[in-house]
Design a protein around this ligand. Structure first.
Ligand code: SAM
Length: 247
């Protein structure tokens, strides 16, 4: 398949403004990469390496009728891509501040219009979307919006679901409320969550103790501009030894 993809890449795919993406090692068997190159639908805007990241963390949901919520609909192209990737039975919920996106609603696609920076609006999302398997934040990219979205919707994602925030380089930009190592950026906020993953072992409970995030999170994955958090019900980890002692 990689050869086929390379051929397409060399001959030039019908890309919109940017050059066609070159396949990364993880794209050899990535249906998202193939879809993106030959996009039969509406416009999609993605940094190339995001396709590999998606496939890494989303593949286990294919064919399982998941509920995908994407904040940031724009031209509606990525909503079509999710339907193609996850297959029949998948429900896609697109959230955008632009009411023109309502035209992308259909039998399997719900569009909600609102501001992801508003906690009141996000509370209505919880009511209107009782189940979320995957949440993708590709909306306004202001760090305050990303933090509000994470705080209001992360606990609402299914116990084995996935949270993905993209374009986190906005945390490096002052005009988006960030700046390098700027306290209060979503990047710094999420770095602090790393400690909570291992809070089971904290000897200083006044500084770090097990919380809801510890008990509901299996892993955090930082990529260029992307954070993926995989949920899983967690308890104090088991530990044992096996094999013969050497000395
Ligand atoms: C980068 S585009 C989304 C691209 C789309 N996900 C794709 O892959 O093709 C960002 C979208 O977020 C929307 N947006 C901006 N601020 C928002 C906010 N505060 N709440 C919800 N959506 C917002 C914009 O209207 C725009 O459609």
């Amino acid at each position: 398949m990689l050869g086929k993809l390379l051929t397409r890449f060399l001959r030039g795919a019908p890309a919109p403004a940017a050059p066609a993406p070159a396949p990364a090692p993880g794209d050899a068997d990535n249906p998202l990469f193939e879809y993106f190159l030959d996009n039969p639908g509406r416009l999609i805007d993605k940094w190339h390496h995001y396709l590999e990241v998606y496939h890494r963390h989303f593949a286990r949901f294919r064919g399982k009728s998941p509920v995908i919520v994407e904040i940031g609909v724009w031209q509606g192209g990525s909503l079509q891509m999710w339907h193609d990737y996850f297959g029949a039975g998948c429900r896609v919920v697109g959230i955008d501040i632009d009411p023109r996106c309502l035209e992308f609603a259909d039998a399997n696609t719900t569009i909600l219009i609102g501001d992801q920076g508003s906690r009141e609006f996000l509370a209505t999302v919880r009511e209107q979307v009782p189940r979320i398997d995957i949440l993708i934040d590709d909306g306004g990219h202001f760090v305050a919006q990303q933090i509000a979205t994470f705080e209001e919707l992360y606990p609402h994602i299914q116990p084995n679901g996935v949270f993905l925030c993209e374009d986190m380089h906005s945390s490096l930009w002052r005009r988006f409320g960030g700046g390098v190592r700027h306290e209060g950026s979503f990047l710094e906020y999420s770095k602090a969550l790393i400690d909570s993953l291992s809070a089971w072992h904290s000897e200083e409970p006044e500084l770090l103790s097990v919380n809801r995030f510890t008990e509901s999170t299996f892993s955090m994955h930082f990529y260029n501009s992307v954070l993926v958090i995989e949920k899983r019900p967690m308890a104090y980890p088991g530990h044992s030894r096996s094999g013969a002692r050497a000395f």
